[in-house]
Design a protein around this ligand. Sequence first.
Ligand code: HEM
Ligand code: HEM
Length: 121
Amino acid sequence: MRETRLWSLHILVIPVIAVLLGMHFAVQHYAPVFYGMSVEKARDFATMIERGRSTAQFVVYILLLAAGLYHGLYGTRGIIRELPLSPAMAKVVDWGILTVGVLIFALGAYVTWWTFVHPGV
Ligand code: HEM
Ligand code: HEM
């Protein structure tokens, strides 16, 4: 039952990733189409800091970070757990993946928070 719930979440976050990553790509790769701005300007440090101060962008990035990390790491766990592991090793894999996820989330959230509270350049 628990495994079904974890797998369902892995599938349910796919549309979330598709939408948020689409928005991210609109900013990073299609800025001339959607924002009338060159790609170089869109990835400029000052532009990035300016964007980072928006609450909407803060929410989008935290959600994309969580959804992408969960989907990617759950998928990776699934691949590793197909190996013939002892129950003890399977537990080590689970805790290892969870630890990696929490650490990357903390780093990503910190970076996003840092740009959110940045006074600007
Ligand atoms: C819109 C973007 C994405 C779509 C449509 C998508 C779709 C899927 C689907 C349908 C599966 C198979 C699920 C299953 O049957 O259990 C899957 C598995 C997986 N996805 Fe994604 N995914 C996306 C983004 C990502 C991203 C960004 C990552 C990495 C961070 C990622 C990593 C993985 C991994 C590692 C697996 C497991 C592969 C396996 O079991 O062989 N995916 N994805
Ligand atoms: C070549 C492709 C990509 C480029 C050029 C790119 C560029 C950037 C840039 C410049 C930022 C800083 C914020 C901003 O300026 O808006 C950022 C943040 C971020 N990107 Fe991407 N990105 C790419 C692909 C991806 C993919 C595939 C994902 C997820 C599957 C992703 C997830 C994120 C997240 C979650 C953040 C927030 C920062 C953080 O959590 O540390 N990006 N990206």
